[in-house]
Design a protein around this ligand. Structure first.
Ligand code: ACO
Length: 338
C-alpha cells in the first residue's frame, strides 16, 4: 500500500535570554536602527553559556511529540532527524543523544548538515523514509546555537543570528489528499560557492595544514551582499519549480514560509513569486536568523498567532551555506503547536 507523509505535530523552543538591538548596540559598533532597517530584526534569543544545541532540540522535540499526542517512549517514532550547523560535537552526531534523552529507544537517528536549508533537507529525507515504507513516524528537528560560533569582532554576523529550535512529527497516512501531506519537495546545491558561508577550521581541511588553525577561523563567516542576491534567486527558482510540479499556480499559495534571514529577502521573494507581501510569514523581527530552526519556529509562531488556518496552502523555502536551497509544499493540517 502506498504511504504519504503528513505533518501531524509541531513544537518549538527559544532559550529565555532575549537580546535586543539596543543591547547589541552597547556591545558592537552598530545602532539599533541600522539592524532594524537593514534586516528587520529587533530581538533574538541567545542560549546561556553551557547550553548546547541538543538541550534546545530536546525541548522542541518534546513539544512536537506532545502536539502529535505521542508519548516519550520507545516505539513512539521510528527515526529522529536533526538539522543543525552547530552540533554538540564534531563527532558523534547530535540526533542519537536527542533520541535517547527523549526516551525514544534505539531508533535510527542522524544529523543533516545543510546550514539554513537544513530543515527542508531533513523534511525531505524524513518524508522519503515514510513513502519508502522504512518508517511510520519520524521526528524532524531544526536546532541551533549560533551564539557559540559568532565572531565577537564581526558586527555584521553578530547582530543577525539567534538560537532556538523547532520540530515537527511526520506520520504515514494512506491518502494524498489529507491536510498535512508533504505534496512535493525540491532540493539543490552549488558547492562551487561554498566560500560565501563557511566556518574555515574545525574540519579536516584546516587540520591538515601545518600548525594550529587561526582562532578566527573557528568562527562563522558570511559574505552578506552576495548571499542576499543568491538567496532571493535560489529560493525563487526552487519555489517556482516545485509549484509547477505540484500544480499550484503561484498566486494560490496562502502562506509563504521562507527562511527568516532578512525581512528584505522575504519581501523580495514574495514579489518575485507574484504574492502580496502579507502572505509572507514573518517572525525574523523576534528571533533573528536561526538557520535550521528558522522554518519550524516561523510555523509555530504563525500557528500560535492563529494566522495559519487548516486547509491553507503553505509553501516552505530555504537557502543557506553549501550553497544549498530547497522548497516543500503542503496543505496545512488541523493541529495546535506546543
Ligand atoms: N552595524 C552598522 N553598520 C554595519 C553593520 C552593523 N551591524 N554591519 C555592516 N555594516 C556596514 C558595512 O560595514 C557597510 O559599510 P560601508 O558601506 O561603509 O562599507 C554597510 O553597513 C553596508 O554593508 P553591507 O554588507 O553591504 O550591508 P547589507 O545591506 O548587505 O546588509 C546583511 C548586510 C544584513 C548581512 C545582508 O547582506 C543580508 O541579509 N544578507 C543575506 C543573509 C542571508 O540570506 N543569509 C541566509 C543564509 S545564512 C546561512 O546559511 C547560515
Amino acid at each position: 500500500m502506498a504511504h504519504f507523509a503528513a505533518l501531524v505535530g509541531l513544537g518549538s523552543y527559544l532559550p529565555p535570554r532575549r537580546v535586543t538591538n539596543e543591547e547589541l548596540a552597547t556591545m558592537f559598533d552598530t545602532s539599533a536602527e541600522w539592524i532594524a532597517t537593514r534586516t528587520g530584526i529587533r530581538a533574538r534569543h541567545w542560549a546561556a553559556p553551557g547550553v548546547a544545541t541538543s538541550d534546545l532540540a530536546v525541548e522542541a522535540g518534546h513539544r512536537a511529540l506532545k502536539s502529535a499526542n505521542l508519548p516519550l517512549e520507545p516505539g513512539a517514532v521510528d527515526a529522529v532527524v536533526l538539522a543543525t550547523t552547530t552540533p554538540d560535537h564534531p563527532c558523534p552526531a547530535t540526533a542519537p543523544q536527542v533520541a535517547a534523552r527523549l526516551g525514544l529507544g534505539t531508533v535510527a537517528a542522524y544529523d543533516i548538515a545543510a546550514v539554513c536549508s537544513g530543515f527542508v533537507y531533513a523534511l525531505a529525507t524524513a518524508s522519503a523514509q515514510i513513502t519508502a515504507g522504512q518508517a511510520r513516524r519520524v521526528l524532524v528537528i531544526g536546532a541551533e546555537t549560533y551564539s557559540t560560533i559568532l565572531n565577537p569582532a564581526d558586527r555584521t554576523t553578530s547582530v543577525i543570528f539567534g538560537d532556538g529550535a523547532g520540530a515537527v512529527v511526520l506520520r504515514a497516512v494512506p491518502d494524498a489528499d489529507r491536510p498535512g501531506v508533504i505534496l512535493g519537495v525540491d532540493l539543490g546545491s552549488d558547492g562551487s560557492r561554498q566560500d560565501l558561508i563557511t566556518i574555515p577550521a574545525g574540519g579536516s581541511r584546516e587540520r591538515s595544514t601545518p600548525g594550529e588553525p587561526d582562532p578566527q577561523d573557528r568562527y562563522f563567516t558570511m559574505q552578506g551582499k552576495k548571499v542576499f542576491a543568491e538567496a532571493v534567486n535560489r529560493m525563487g527558482e526552487s519555489a517556482t519549480a516545485l509549484l509547477d510540479r505540484v500544480g499550484w499556480p503561484a498566486g494560490s499559495v496562502d502562506h509563504l514560509v521562507g527562511h527568516q534571514a532578512n525581512i528584505r529577502i522575504l519581501k523580495a521573494l514574495a514579489q518575485r513569486l507574484g504574492l502580496p507581501e502579507e502572505r509572507a510569514v514573518v517572525n525574523v523581527d523576534r528571533v533573528g536568523n536561526t538557520s535550521a530552526a528558522s522554518i519550524p519556529l516561523a510555523l509555530s509562531d504563525a500557528v500560535a498567532a492563529g494566522t495559519l488556518p487548516s486547509g491553507s496552502r503553505v509553501l516552505l523555502t530555504a537557502f543557506g551555506g553549501g550553497l544549498t536551497w530547497g522548497a516543500a509544499a503542503l496543505t496545512w493540517p488541523d493541529l495546535s503547536a506546543a
